[in-house]
Design a protein around this ligand. Structure first.
Ligand code: GMT
Length: 377
């Protein structure tokens, strides 16, 4: 099937999910056309089944805000017509669902009917989308998508609670392509980071306030009073400076390493012993799933979709939001006994299998099929 995927091209979770989905579908013989403002970071080679169409937004001085949605909807119209696209799949409601709806309407004017699937990812609903400035437009575009999916049951419920939703939302969870991780060839060189007897705790995120970066440092500090541990902080974002200041003030600079944005996530997770994710909100927690695939147990907050990903006492622990004592105690419990740690590592890995890409993608493919059959043109 010929499918347009609209997404963000960056490191963020929604962009990663959309890109991996497109890559996998193209390997299965679908013709995928990505439309976004930059080539998605995870796409290296374009092929006859994998296309990228860049949205250009020329700067015009009169505009304080450049009209990306306009350029995006025009690009959607051009690509659909030129490549006889059968379906639009947009990831992240803002502004993609809105722009795609406009594209659809323009195409209808030319006698072309095309179904649209919107996948909701989290902050497009819980943080940004429900803001009164955007709410009406987001609600409108969700309700005018033929099909809507959410990455967790929790996000579906949040969407139904925050908006007046008239469409049925199908839950299709995020996934992981285990085959893409070359476990044998990933150099697991902990030696460069820490001595053998030191345990590694890792956090990966965009360091936005909702990730509660200070909870990570406070939890780690408590764990370090009991165990020989090092903390790896991977990523970049607004809370990083504050976090670094805290580490200086607490003389934690030797035990907390800020690694910045990294393309070597598999390499880092390979020697990690525990993953911390104390977020205020997390529709799914793709970073936690990536950790689990590497056999890294997760200690996280009991919010959003995290309980759908982390099995309490099996792949890790879910703690009350903001309770750094509970998180530290759970982390110590997992790490202090090598046999128990090994068991958690094995269970985290096993538990991640539920989200294998081939199991999840069939749900998207069935939806595509249904959309195609129900589209009269
Ligand atoms: O919060 C992030 O890390 C980025 C954000 C995004 O918009 O890409 O992630 C959201 O989508 C991911 C992919 O579906 C989910 O795994 C994240 O849980 C979700 N983030 C939040 O809900 C805060």
């Amino acid at each position: 099937m010929k499918i347009v995927i609209v997404c963000y091209p960056t490191f963020g979770g929604s962009g990663v999910v959309a890109t991996e989905l497109g890559l996998y579908l193209s390997k299965k013989g679908h013709e995928i056309h990505f439309i976004t403002y930059k080539q998605p970071v995870r796409i290296q080679n374009l092929t006859p089944l994998l296309h990228f169409h860049e949205v250009h937004v020329p700067t015009y001085d009169l505009f304080k805000y450049q009209p990306y949605e306009l350029a995006l909807s025009s690009k959607i119209v051009d690509v659909v017509k030129k490549f006889q696209i059968a379906l639009l799949h947009v990831h992240y409601a803002i502004p993609h669902a809105y722009a795609a709806y406009m594209g659809k309407k323009m195409l209808e004017d030319e006698g072309i009917k095309i179904p649209m699937i919107t996948t909701l990812h989290g902050t497009d609903i819980t943080l940004v989308g429900s803001h009164p400035f955007y709410k009406k437009a987001v609600q409108f575009s969700i309700n005018h998508s033929e099909y809507v999916t959410a990455v967790s049951q929790s996000l579906k419920e949040d969407t139904e609670r925050l908006f007046d939703i008239t469409s049925n939302i199908q839950v299709i969870p995020n996934f992981i392509d285990r085959d893409k991780i070359n476990f044998k060839n990933v150099p697991c060189e902990k030696g460069q980071i820490a001595p053998d007897d030191q345990l590694i705790i890792t956090h990966i995120s965009n360091f936005r306030p909702l990730k509660r970066i200070m909870d990570i440092l406070k939890t780690f500090k408590k764990v370090s009073e009991k165990l020989n541990v090092k903390l790896l902080m991977v990523g970049d974002g607004p809370e990083k400076e504050r976090a670094m200041r805290y580490c200086r003030a607490q003389s934690m600079e030797d035990s907390v390493l800020f690694l910045g944005r990294s393309n070597q996530i598999d390499e880092i997770l390979c020697f990690s012993d525990l993953f911390l994710l104390p977020s205020e909100q997390e529709s799914f927690g793709l970073a936690a799933l990536e950790a689990m695939v590497h056999g890294v147990p997760v200690v996280c907050s009991d919010v959003g979709g995290l309980p759908e990903v982390i099995e309490e006492g099996v792949s890790g622990y879910l703690c009350p939001l903001g309770d750094v004592d509970a998180m530290a105690n759970r982390a110590i419990h997992i790490l202090e006994d090598p046999e128990r740690h090994k068991r958690f590592k094995r269970q985290a890995y096993e538990s991640s299998k539920k989200f294998d890409i081939d199991k999840v993608i069939t749900h998207y493919e069935s939806l595509y099929q249904k959309a195609k059959e129900n589209n009269p043109t």
